[in-house]
Every structure is written in C-alpha cells, then in structure tokens.
Design a protein around this ligand. Structure first.
Ligand code: IPE
Ligand code: IPE
Ligand code: MG
Length: 225
C-alpha cells in the first residue's frame, strides 16, 4: 500500500550548508529544490496529500537574518512556482499561525490558495506551525462556540479538517523527535527516520521510505493478524 497522505519534517538544511562551508540560507534554498523533486515523486507514486514542515512556532527564535531570509525564500517560491503549481494540478494550502506572517506574505499565500483551489494533489505547507498551538486554537474555537468537546468536534476545528490524517511521517537528518509536528493528526501515523539531510533527499531514499511503509502492519489498536 502507498500512503495517501505523506508528511515530512524537512530537517538538515543548516548542516547541509555547513558541510559545504556555505551560509545556512543556501541550505534552505537547496531544501526548496528538494521539495519540488519530492512533490513529483509523490504524484507519480499515487500519493494525494503531502504536508511539509517548513517553519515551526519555535523557529522564530532563530537569528533575524535567518528568519527574514526564510520568509523571503517563501515569498519567492510562491511567486516563481504559482503558474507551475496550477498547471500541475497542485492545490496549495498553508496550515499554522498565518497571522504571524507579514501582511504581504499572507496576501501572496491567500492568492495562491485561491488560484490553485481546483488542484487534485494537495500540498500543505506548515508555516509558523506548532502541533500544540493548533490544538489550543481548535479548543478555543470549540469553547467559543459553546460546543461539546468530542474527538470529532475537535478534529473539525483543526487547520485542515478536510484532509485525512497522515499515513506516513518522514523525518530527515537523523533527529528522532517530532518537534511539535502534527501532534493531533499523527496518533496512528507510521514514522520513517533517515540520516540523509533534506537537501540530499532523492528518489532512492523516497523509494526506501515508501517500501518500508508498505511492509508495516497498521493495527490501529487491533490484534495481530
Ligand atoms: C530545517 O533545516 C528547516 C527549518 C527548520 C526551517 P534546519 O535549518 O533545522 O537545519 P539543521 O537542523 O540546522 O541542520
Ligand atoms: C523542525 O526542525 C522544524 C522544521 C523542519 C521546519 P527543527 O530543526 O526546528 O527542530 P529541532 O530544533 O531540531 O527540534
Ligand atoms: Mg533542524
């Protein structure tokens, strides 16, 4: 079985740049190229949803130079890829605290979401995203509506309630943690960890992850067959 929804913690851009004695931003640029490649592997494999962790609620702690460089890179990515995303049938969406982003970037995101609304492959980009933050915002929405707290009701208040939970979550660069990614949605996700740094993540590594997933038995709490 191929995952319907793949999520990726794209980590290791900084180390990739460091190993080449280049500025960290160069690593982030190479990371954006890796995303383009991997999106195509996903489409070819029959995956319908791809969520990528691009900037966490904790990443604001980084230097002003790195944060502003990342925001510029995003803005440039949106501008340069818009046409291609529409042509390729990619529905672009953002999850996370989008109000934290500049007004300009928010507008660019909203425009691209609107332009790509009809796409049949969904790319969710997690920006100023934290799993705890998403749960707290969802809970606040429910409380404000005076609604009853149930799993279904809370799920419906998450940032992308129409998207199924991720089947497989990949983290690159050798770190064995979730770093606040999709805490609610990952309850029964399978994980795949690799030492490969995100900018080096290629077709071989993608195939290995999908192959590993295909051999897993997802019991969801049931008994061994
Ligand atoms: C992941 O790469 C991208 C972001 C968090 C924006 P890092 O920048 O975390 O790279 P490392 O972990 O320092 O190598
Ligand atoms: C997680 O990576 C966030 C993204 C990939 C955007 P980090 O590099 O920020 O996570 P930690 O600090 O290693 O946990
Ligand atoms: Mg990192």
């Amino acid at each position: 079985m191929v995952p319907d929804h793949l999520a990726i913690i794209m980590d290791g851009n900084g180390r990739w740049a460091k190993s080449r004695r280049r500025p960290r931003l160069m690593g982030h640029r190479a990371g954006a190229d890796a995303l383009d490649r991997v999106m195509h592997y996903c489409k070819d494999a029959g995956i319908r949803y791809l969520t990528v962790y691009a900037f966490s609620t904790e990443n604001w702690k980084r230097s002003d130079e790195e944060v502003s460089g990342l925001m510029k890179l995003l803005s440039r990515y949106i501008k340069s890829k818009a046409k291609r995303l529409v042509e390729d049938g990619v529905r672009f969406r953002v999850i996370g605290r989008r109000a934290d982003l500049s007004e300009k970037l928010q507008k660019e995101i909203a425009d691209l979401e609107e332009k790509t609304r009809e796409g049949d492959f969904t790319l969710l980009v997690a920006l100023s995203y934290g799993g705890r933050d998403e749960i707290v915002r969802a809970a606040a929405k429910l409380a404000a509506a005076g609604a009853k707290f149930t799993e279904e009701a809370l799920s419906a208040c998450m940032d992308a309630p129409d998207v199924p939970d991720p089947d497989l979550i990949i983290r690159t660069s050798g770190e064995l943690r979730t770093s606040n990614f999709l805490l609610w949605e990952s309850a029964y996700s399978e994980y795949y960890f690799t030492d490969v740094l995100w900018p080096d993540f290629g077709k071989d590594e993608f195939d290995k992850a999908i192959e590993s997933y295909s051999k897993r038995e997802r019991r969801m709490g049931g008994r061994l067959k």
